[in-house]
Design a protein around this ligand. Structure first.
Ligand code: DAV
Length: 385
């Protein structure tokens, strides 16, 4: 325990469910894998529209996705789950709610919801705690309900598990910048805005999606962008007082949502960075000072995302690390696989591209329940929090 920092309780492997995961790379033993069942293309709303490129095939359409595409997505997610189970990893699956139900709160209305393919967006596991993120899209306001049966069971089975929910946001129009509603914004304009940190979400109230957070032991690195605002990052800072919480942003990204196709840790000391979305120099300091290497990720194997997909081709780097020597890479992402192989990892190929449209890649479609290991300080030169 000498090199272990006491950030809350450290989980030790015992029988039954134990919730504990401090980082993105320690040996994975228990995970949630999402489902495509009932997934919708949600109706237009401010934050979502800001993410859909001008020329996207999704502009102007919404409703349940085709049953064929859902069946195919589920087939791949089921196979991915089986692959993990064959490696001795316990896999749980969410219980989808009916995403065709409209949502009406005192503050907003939307005619349908999204889905539960990407648990990473909603659930943030830090040590023995899982926090349900505020989320920042109206269509995703109730998505946590798909995971409640699992979280309730963990709570029954693990006496140390802390089940937390961040304050539900109001998501009134005050949360979104009307400038982003103009469908004719050029990519150049977007790049200017995002480099000035002028994002679609305002600072009206704390907002964050869990997939904007990278867990590096005692340090949490959080992307400030479309789905997470500074107040959301401040909420995380106050909520995890034993952690150091760092806000980062990636100026080359015209649609900055979720950090996991941009900045990908593979093991302590090694990160991949999307070469089109480089971490600004002043934000690289903490990594350089602790001798972390930041490498440009390999190019994606595809020139465009699959049909009706919100994410960019950079899901190539949305990998799932199984342990510090083993990384799951999507099967068709041959350049990314090759780079990771040459870095000395065992590459596990997983076929998932036909499920990308439901909410992302291998990292997005999973959420940690248990990884071995403890909370360590990988940036010991930084000041105490
Ligand atoms: O590059 O479109 C995708 C992240 C999905 N969780 C991108 C980010």
């Amino acid at each position: 325990m000498e090199d272990t920092v006491n950030c809350h309780a450290n989980g030790d492997a015992v029988q039954g469910t134990v919730v504990s995961s401090w980082n993105e790379w320690d040996p994975l033993k228990h995970v949630i894998v999402g489902r495509a069942t009932g997934s919708h293309i949600p109706p237009p709303e401010p934050a979502l529209d800001a993410k859909v490129p001008e020329d996207s095939d999704m502009r102007g359409m919404w409703g349940q996705r085709t049953q064929d595409s859902i069946d195919r997505g589920n087939e791949l997610l089921d196979r991915f789950s089986a692959q993990l189970e064959q490696r001795g990893i316990k896999v749980d699956r969410p219980i989808p709610i009916d995403f065709s139900q409209p949502i009406t709160t005192p503050d907003f209305h939307t005619d349908a919801q999204f889905g539960c393919m990407p648990p990473r967006d909603v659930l943030l596991t830090v040590g023995n705690e899982i926090v349900e993120a505020t989320m920042s899209y109206r269509c995703r306001w109730f998505e946590y309900l798909c995971y409640r049966p699992l979280l309730q069971r963990y709570w029954e089975e693990d006496p140390n598990f802390r089940h937390e929910a961040a304050p539900k946001p109001r998501l009134t129009d005050a949360d979104y910048r009307p400038d982003y509603l103009d469908v004719r914004i050029s990519v150049q304009q977007r790049l200017e805005w995002t480099s000035q940190k002028y994002f679609v979400t305002t600072e009206h109230e704390p907002l964050f999606d869990a997939a904007d957070v990278l867990r590096l032991g005692r340090d949490l690195v959080v992307q400030h962008g479309f789905t997470t605002n500074l107040k959301g990052i401040e909420w995380l800072r106050r909520h995890f007082p034993d952690h150091r919480v760092h806000a980062v942003n990636f100026p080359g990204d015209p649609y900055p949502i979720h950090i996991d196709a941009t900045f990908t840790p593979l093991r302590p000391g090694l990160l991949l960075n999307n070469p089109q979305r480089r971490l600004p120099d002043e934000q690289r300091q903490m990594f350089e000072d602790s001798d972390w290497q930041i490498l440009d990720a390999a190019q994606p194997a595809h020139n465009s995302p699959p049909p009706l997909c919100y994410s960019s081709t950079w899901l190539s780097m949305n990998v799932l690390v199984l342990d510090p020597k083993t990384v799951c890479v999507e099967k068709t992402e041959v350049y990314q696989a090759d780079q990771i192989d040459k870095l000395g990892f065992e590459v596990v190929e997983v076929e998932l591209r036909d499920a990308y449209a439901f909410g992302g890649g291998l990292h997005c479609s999973t959420a940690d329940v248990y990884r071995e290991g403890h909370c360590e300080d990988y940036f010991p030169h930084l000041e105490d929090c």
